[in-house]
Design a protein around this ligand. Structure first.
Ligand code: FES
Length: 232
């Protein structure tokens, strides 16, 4: 079957404005959007730029907007899109470097801002910091985030204010805040409670587009309760 792909193109060094270019690809059973992009790049247009690495939904590199929804190109079966023209665009509200590759620098700065690591309050001993199976389960649904940016790019609160930490950074904040081994809440919670933190989330649920089926909206709600209960 021949499938039409309409792909966003923009090279800021050469183009006055973005445009869309159409390509025809012979689609085989089991092909993903990433397979089609590779086919186009390798056989039709070597200038097409996009990110990919693992091809298994692990690295988060290939997040892009496919038929209006943020998804991982390597996990999206072409067949699942129903046969109509497939429109592929870069993640929205992230600056475009070229074509489908966006600038993730600000996204990672926000991730760094929430201190994505354990903050130790007590000195290390010669034993590991034990965690029970029940406590470990409490962070299910947060540690699996692959930082692809799909949620933050789809968040209207982020569109309205790009200073907002955004759902991806806040989901990571949940992962450490609710880990039984964390000892740095006095340091982390004020960051979450700051001007561009938690309270910019208006529970719109767009971030639940997560390709890993995580729910940052729910996690942000739990963090809000935590901040309130800790009297910040
Ligand atoms: S290439 Fe790694 S998530 Fe798609």
């Amino acid at each position: 079957m021949t499938q039409t792909f309409k792909i966003f193109r923009y090279n800021p060094d050469e183009d006055k404005k973005p445009y869309y270019k159409s390509y025809q690809v012979e689609v085989q059973e089991g092909m993903t959007i990433l397979d089609a992009l590779n086919e186009i790049k390798w056989k039709q247009d070597g200038g097409l730029t996009f990110r990919r690495s693992c091809r298994h939904g692990i690295c988060g590199s290939c997040a892009m907007t496919i038929n209006g929804l943020n998804r991982l190109a390597c996990e999206t079966q072409i067949k699942s899109l129903g046969g109509r023209t497939v429109e592929v665009e870069p993640l929205r509200h992230f600056p475009v470097i070229k074509d489908l590759a966006v600038d993730m620098e600000d996204f990672y700065k926000k991730y760094e801002a929430i201190k994505p690591y354990f903050i130790a309050g007590t000195p290390p001993t010669d034993k590991e910091r034990y965690q029970s199976i029940a406590d470990r389960k409490k962070i299910d649904g947060s540690y699996e985030c692959i930082l692809c940016g799909a949620c933050t790019s789809s968040c209207p609160s982020y569109w309205a204010n790009p200073n907002f930490l955004g759902p991806a950074a806040l989901l990571k904040a949940y992962r450490f805040t609710f880990d039984s081994r964390e000892e740095g809440l006095d340091e982390r919670l004020p960051i979450l409670n700051s001007r561009y933190g938690l309270w910019r989330c208006h529970t719109i649920f767009n971030c639940t587009i997560c390709p890993k089926s995580l729910n940052p909206t729910w996690a942000i709600g739990e963090l809000k309760k935590k901040v309130v209960s800790e009297k910040y």
